[in-house]
Design a protein around this ligand. Sequence first.
Ligand code: NCD
Length: 328
Amino acid sequence: MAGLLGIEHLTRVEIQAILDRARDFQPAPGQSFKRFDLLRGRTVVNLFFEASTRTRTSFEIAAKRLGADAVSITAQASSVSKGESLVDTLNTLGAMRPDAIVMRHGASGAPHFLQRHLGIPIINAGDGTHEHPTQALLDARTILDRGKQLDGSRVAIIGDIAHSRVARSNIHLLSKFGAQIVLCGPAALLPRELGNLAPGVTLTTNMDEAIRDADVIMMLRVQLERQHEAAFPAGEYFRFYGLRLEHLKLAKPDVVVMHPGPINRGREISSEVADSQRSAILNQVENGISVRMAVLERVLGDKNVADESGESATGQQAEGGAHVGAAH
Ligand code: NCD
């Protein structure tokens, strides 16, 4: 069974199926997430070699909401800090026979290597500057929830594009759905070749130009941990590329402001914008759970068909009585 390594090789139909299924898992307003029994008996290991708050927690919650057992391991708390090599760590985990591994790593391609090496489905939770597929999926779910179409929408992605796996996964996803994507940032953080990554992508170093008529503004953190030298003086960055209330007047009146987090207030986004009605930042966090439930079910659900209990992943009864049908 394949894991989920990136958005690049998914079809529009596959992406749509995940987005639709995530909607089934969204709680009604004011309610908490329901528990399901769809992945009972499965074990998901979260293996994080880089810092994470939202992604790791939401994968863990998502697995538990589906009835799976979830264990989280961070590099700092594992034998990696005692000098164990990546291959030895992976072999050790593989010997415990988890059903899937959710992996974040600083090296682009690390989850692909792991999947080949172990033969266990891997879900990429961010690999270097390459891809962060579940982030793009939850971003798309959030845009749709705010009543926007992806097709024909103008999406400005602003900030440290060069080091952003979030930008790359979003470019792949949004372009498959026909969005117009404007990438914006200081020249040193805006690789020209990204203009060729997918259809419908343009680049600019001018923030006003990027935001004009935007349906969606995605702000990105400056990834200092991936920069060998500061590409832009810290104080200057906010003046040229920090999102402030006055910018929103240039965008569509119902513009959706997004940020994958962690946000640095006063660096890439002002507090007034981050806390405004236009901001969907906390909706993104919430959607992280339902989207990751849909992804885990997709990656692991097939096995349920052959489960000893004889129950399939489809047609189960949710706790609150809601019926969950087949996603795909
Ligand atoms: C992003 C990441 O780790 O790529 N965060 C996240 O997953 N929500 C973006 C970032 O760290 O700036």
